[in-house]
Design a binder for this molecule. Structure first.
Ligand code: G4P
Length: 526
């Protein structure tokens, strides 16, 4: 086995999907603690944007470059190198959140044990489905009065259409929470309170029927034994292949806040989660351990440092290695460029290092030549697939305060849409400029950047659009008829593609029914 293959096989690149407040930030912090990347839990907290106004968050992001240091967090664990990619979740939820999911090999789904499956999780799972991404599940907040967990797993299976295979099972909940029982190793992991910010003691009791277990559980013992039997009968047995195919999720329980159950999950995660997977390109499938470097850009972060107008393009390495000063081919523009100062993200810090391996993320300084979806190689002219635009769900019409600035506005919106900050739609029947976004913060970012970078003073107006679909039809005659009849709903997007803007869901369903030969897509390739 080559040393590259060995390094690639040690990589675990993943993201967390969850609904706001389920505990993503808290669990991230505990993962970093377990990985030795931070000394004391409590340091990631400041990043949380949930309880801050949008403008505060943006200021904070600018002043401290906060989101780049937490955008990718790399830490070692049990001989593996773990890359955790942040998925913006509160007001900062955006298309970036979705696209980050195209740059990982697997996901960890965090569910609030009291709330079960929530909206945002459903949406993020839909994105994971596009690539059958393997999913680990952590059911959080067992230190609270949560719901019947069998019911919660039924909900996951019904709504998210994925089979659940509990690996651990909670013993009690709320004040009675005693730990978790591993169904496969017949081991109780005992919860000891008061260890939220240190690596917790690893207290194990072997055997549910052991004297020690009986002593620990007292009256609870009988109930737990019955419950475990029920769980074994009612749930699926874990099957690694099914997990890797995205059809089954191993489920773990615990409390991120009290720092319990996370380690038990992480131990199995680094064993079972896939190492960097082969990636599809326009020409061929690229294996992660090919020697030749390749990768794609999935996110561009602007205004990291207000003094430098610093933009960073996040590139997921799909094969080979990055080394300092290496030459890469920027495939779309057909040029070779020398990359001297890529940023890496070791231990949550933004630092310049000399090497990064397939599966890792590097940040390239970008002065406007890099777009989302761009491929970089060591010469081969190919393009990575599956880094799409996602149909926006929020829309605004842009109005200029100064009509003489129309050219700048168009240019600005075009560039910002190429960069992925937002999506631009130009109706075929009028001269409106409509912006579409997945998260509301995207609109604020665009407005501010129009002002700062293009000197354009504009404002938003509401527009009667509920959702968008990219449309296509192999039969040109039928396409022409569709275009004629639906002209009022059709727009050209920033990339020159035809899109159907629907004022309501019902309108969209009717259009889909009426034109069965037209394909309505929720994603579009860059
Ligand atoms: P998010 O990133 O997914 O939005 O969630 P975050 O970790 O910020 O957690 C949301 C809230 O849930 C926080 O409380 C956090 O302390 C709490 N929480 C996380 N894990 C657990 C858990 O295992 N048990 C309990 N009981 N609570 C948990 P908050 O009061 O909203 O914020 P804060 O004041 O603690 O910062």
């Amino acid at each position: 086995m080559s040393s590259l293959t060995r390094e690639v096989e040690a990589r675990r690149t993943f993201a967390i999907i969850s609904h706001p407040d389920a505990g993503k930030t808290t669990i991230t912090e505990k993962l970093l603690l377990l990985g030795g990347a931070i000394q004391l839990a409590g340091t990631v907290k400041g990043r949380k944007s949930g309880r801050m106004a949008t403008s505060d968050w943006m200021k904070m992001e600018q002043e401290r470059g906060i989101s780049i240091t937490t955008s990718v967090m790399q830490f070692p664990y049990h001989g593996r190198t773990v890359n955790l990619l942040d998925t913006p979740g509160h007001e900062d939820f955006s298309e970036d959140t979705y696209r980050t999911l195209t740059a990982v090999d697997s996901c960890l789904m965090v569910i609030d044990g009291a709330k079960g499956v929530e909206d945002r999780t459903i949406k993020l799972m839909e994105v994971c489905r596009l690539r059958d991404t393997p999913i680990f599940t952590f059911v959080n907040k067992m230190d609270r009065e949560v719901r019947d967990q069998i019911e919660v797993l039924d909900e996951v299976e019904d709504i998210l259409k994925i089979q659940c295979a509990p690996i651990t099972w909670p013993i009690g909940m709320g004040k009675q929470f005693k730990g978790v029982y591993n169904l496969y190793t017949d081991t109780i992991h005992v919860f000891k309170p008061g260890q939220a910010s240190v690596i917790p003691d690893d207290i194990q009791i072997k055997g549910l029927e052991s004297e020690e277990a009986r002593a620990l559980l007292g009256d609870l013992h009988e109930d737990l034994t019955e419950e475990i039997e029920l769980v074994r009968g009612a749930s699926h047995e874990f099957d690694l292949e099914e997990y890797l195919a995205g059809r089954m999720t191993p489920v773990f329980f615990g409390t991120a806040l009290s720092n319990f159950g996370v380690r038990e999950m992480l131990d199995d995660f680094v064993k079972w989660a896939p190492s960097p997977i082969p990636r599809e390109t326009s020409d061929r499938i690229i294996a992660a351990d090919e020697e030749s470097f390749s990768g794609f850009v999935f996110k561009i972060q602007a205004n990291m440092d207000p003094k430098h107008r610093d933009r960073i393009a996040f590139l997921r390495i799909c094969s080979g290695k990055y080394t300092r000063n290496m030459k890469m081919k920027h495939v779309r523009i057909g040029k070779d460029i020398k990359i001297a100062d890529a940023v890496t993200f070791l231990a949550g810090d933004r630092s310049h290092v000399d090497e990064a391996t397939s599966g890792d993320i590097i940040g390239l300084h970008n002065h406007g030549t890099i777009q989302i979806g761009d491929t970089f190689t060591q010469g081969e002219m190919l393009k990575f697939m599956g880094i799409p635009h996602f149909a926006p769900e929020l829309f605004r019409r842009v109005r200029l305060r100064d009509p003489l600035k129309l050219k700048q506005l168009q240019k600005g919106l075009q560039q910002l849409s190429e960069e992925g900050a937002t999506q631009l739609f130009m109706p075929v029947n009028n001269n409106d400029l409509i912006l579409g976004a997945v998260g509301v913060l995207q609109f604020d970012v665009v407005m501010r950047r129009l002002k700062d970078e293009y000197n354009v003073d504009a404002l938003y107006e509401p527009v009667n659009v509920n959702t968008a679909r990219w449309v296509d039809c192999s039969d040109t005659k039928k396409l022409e008829e569709f275009k004629r009849k639906c002209a009022d709903n059709l727009s050209i997007d920033g990339g020159g593609h035809l899109a159907y803007l629907a004022p309501t869901r019902v309108n969209l369903s009717l259009a889909e029914e009426r034109y069965p030969d037209v394909v309505f897509r929720t994603t579009r390739e860059h």
